[in-house]
Design a protein around this ligand. Sequence first.
Ligand code: FAD
Length: 133
Amino acid sequence: MFLVRMLYCSVLNGIGDGDVEKILDISHANNALDNITGVLVYNGGHFLQCLEGGRRAVSKRFVSIAADKRHKDVEILDFSPIAERRFPTWTMQYVGGTNLDQGIVSTYTTGEFDPRRMIFPDAIVDMLWRLAQ
Ligand code: FAD
């Protein structure tokens, strides 16, 4: 199995009450079956997600996620082979809303949380790791 890490960001598209919980429920179930791990951050209308796992499993899941109408403007930030997982125990750790530490965000990017302005994948993963602690 080739282990990969995928990073993408997207913009909220008319999500309703309870939609994030529904997304997390299906994510925990599917990701556990597919041995995918990672982190999902939502803040200020932006999603940022890291998916780690087998290349085929991550690719297949991403195709489904990208077609989801609950978000739009999906932008791939990275798709790379990795030697080991950064988030090995999380089927999908979620950080959102007021739980997001803007102090950590401002270490990596200027202004509000907007992953479209971030370039370097390793810095994005570092930020995700710190946000999710
Ligand atoms: P189905 O539920 O039959 O989905 C078929 C298609 O419809 C898929 O493309 C799906 O994306 C889309 N879809 C499903 N429900 C809705 C809805 N309520 N509104 C609009 N479109 C819908 N799933 C995971 O398994 N793991 C993840 O880590 C994960 N992360 C996500 C992150 C974000 C930001 C979003 C928006 C969704 C995420 N999802 C995740 C959910 C994912 O998009 C699919 O809904 C889920 O994987 C089930 O898709 P499916 O193809 O197996 O089946």
